[in-house]
Design a protein around this ligand. Structure first.
Ligand code: G3D
Ligand code: MG
Length: 180
């Protein structure tokens, strides 16, 4: 996965996990297309979105894997995780159950994609008046899961770019031996 970082093109796999309806597809879609689409339809199989980013002069292709609905059964296939360099652990700040399920999702990431940078994402912060999970709780959970933390709104496009930039930077750092 990481060999060939010095070539003009390298492909890195990023996966989105978390309960259904937390906004995984919206986050990836917002990042890749720059738009918020309120009617993404679940399809069969895995959707893969590709976007080129530039980090330290390198041209990196981020392959963003989206579950296409299978997460409803809390049972993603192993190959969904394999080889991921970044994992988005997404919950909805207006849905406590989606927050409490984060350890379950993280366990699967740790098991099948050890070494991936994990980022806990509290999505839908545009829904301020409906917030159930505080930022402090999100921060605490991310520390517990050995992950980074950020709150986003796929709807408003808030904090979406930094998530993927962070992963691309991590990938370059790791390949260059700057992180263990
Ligand atoms: P999923 O891929 O995790 O299952 P989706 O989630 O991206 O399909 O999003 C589920 C629902 O949440 C969608 O609404 C979507 O529009 C909405 N959503 C996603 N992100 C945000 C956000 O940041 N803010 C708000 N307010 N809504 C968001 P519908 O109504 O189409 O089911
Ligand atoms: Mg989806």
């Amino acid at each position: 996965m990481t060999s060939g970082i010095d070539d003009a093109d390298v492909s890195l796999k990023v996966i989105a996990v978390g309960d259904a309806a937390v906004g995984k597809t919206s986050i990836v879609g917002r990042y890749v297309t720059g738009a918020f689409e309120s009617s993404y339809k679940a399809t069969i199989g895995t959707d893969i979105f590709r976007k080129i980013v530039h980090v330290e002069g390198r041209r990196i292709a981020l392959l963003c894997y989206d579950t296409a609905g299978q997460e409803r059964f809390r049972n993603l296939v192993e190959r969904y995780f394999i080889g991921a360099i970044g994992a988005l652990l997404v919950y909805d700040i207006t849905n406590r159950e989606s927050f409490e399920n984060l350890p379950t999702w993280t366990h699967q990431v740790d098991k099948h994609a050890g070494g991936a940078l994990k980022i806990v994402i509290g999505n839908k912060i545009d829904l301020k008046s409906e917030r159930i999970v505080s930022g402090e709780e999100g921060q605490g959970m991310s520390q517990q899961l050995d992950a980074e933390f950020i709150e986003t709104s796929a709807k408003d496009g808030l904090n979406i770019e930094p998530v993927f930039e962070r992963i691309a930077l991590y990938a370059v750092d790791r390949v260059r031996g700057r992180v263990p």
